[in-house]
Design a protein around this ligand. Structure first.
Ligand SMILES: [Cu+2]
Length: 164
């Protein structure tokens, strides 16, 4: 009887172990990559790219934290994944219509975090070279007036299933 109970127990524990284990082995799709890119007083986090088909437009999003007592300015973004890369802002066109347009630069105030997010500022990827599919990764170079270049990588994520 005792042996049987022990066997049942071992089987149960094994099952629990493997079911827990398979959870942690699941690919981290649909989550923002927890990567941080830091240089000087500038930290880039929450990088992600919206999926896009070759020849079409999509966008790149991220947060910038400036821990300096001085403002810094994002002056350009460069990447080989699109024919044209621009810094964009979203604005109200009137009649409840939203539009977007390119801006020369974006000032990141001192001691603050600035979010590049959908319906706000973003980096526009115009005429994507290859399909950008979920879980693909791409490199983007962000150029700041004071801090210089910060090379980051971003994952392609489906916005609809994002956790935040
Ligand atoms: Cu845009």
């Amino acid at each position: 009887m005792k042996t049987r109970a022990a066997i049942v127990l071992v089987t149960l524990l094994t099952l629990i172990f493997f079911s827990c284990n398979s959870k942690t082995d699941m690919p981290e799709t649909n989550e923002t990559a927890d990567q941080t890119f830091e240089q000087g007083n500038i930290k880039i986090t929450d990088t992600w790219i919206r999926p896009g088909a070759a020849g079409m437009n999509t966008a790149f999003f991220f947060n910038v934290t400036n821990s300096s007592d001085m403002p810094d300015t994002l002056v350009s973004a460069e990447s080989g994944i699109a024919e044209i890369v621009e810094i964009h802002e979203t604005y109200e066109k009137g009649d409840d219509m939203m539009g977007m347009r390119s801006v020369e630069e974006v000032v990141i105030p001192a001691n603050s975090t600035f979010e590049f997010k959908p319906m706000h500022h973003h980096v526009m990827l115009i005429k994507v070279i290859n399909d950008l599919k979920i879980d693909d990764e791409a490199t983007v170079n962000l150029k700041f007036k004071n801090t210089g270049d910060i090379k980051i990588t971003a994952k392609v994520i489906d916005m609809k299933t994002m956790k935040h």
